[in-house]
Design a protein around this ligand. Sequence first.
Ligand code: HEC
Length: 151
Amino acid sequence: MGAFCGVLFGGCTEVAHRHEEQRPNPYLTSDTRYPIPLSASAGKEHRAVMLQHLETIQVIVNALVEEDYELAKGLTESHLGFFMHRQAMAQQQPEKFPAAYHDLAMAHHEAAEELARVIPTKDLKQILPPFNNLLKACVACHLEYKVRDAS
Ligand code: HEC
């Protein structure tokens, strides 16, 4: 039993360690995120879009659970695809965001478009990898940037 726990625990710490190496959490280690100075209203707008992103992810997963693939595809396209990008940028002082931020945003929208393309297969084995890539794109940007109140 002891040996079993040791193996298990060793495995867990190894996973935790690897996790830490790849993704330093800015609240637990030094915060190296690049600050984007936005006015109070643009910052609010930005956060509103972000909260909606997370909500959209939940509703998409819900649609997949209920096997409503059409809804899942529609939401992915309209809420996370390039259409959303154009809408969001119109209200968020795009000139304040560095070029690399726009690249990460575009990678995120591209990942969403790719996900939307495979949802009609109704095959979770095909849907999950691009879904994972979409979430990776969220995480990648959060590790690089934060919003700073510039008003
Ligand atoms: C191109 C960059 C980028 C991408 C892609 C991105 N985010 Fe964000 N997100 C940010 C930034 C910057 C913040 C503000 C972080 C801060 O200032 O602490 C943020 C904040 C958030 C917040 C917190 C909102 C609040 O109320 O403060 C949530 C939730 C969130 N994002 C969800 C998501 C989800 C889900 C995705 C992917 C579907 C995503 N984001 C993709 C840049 C991004």
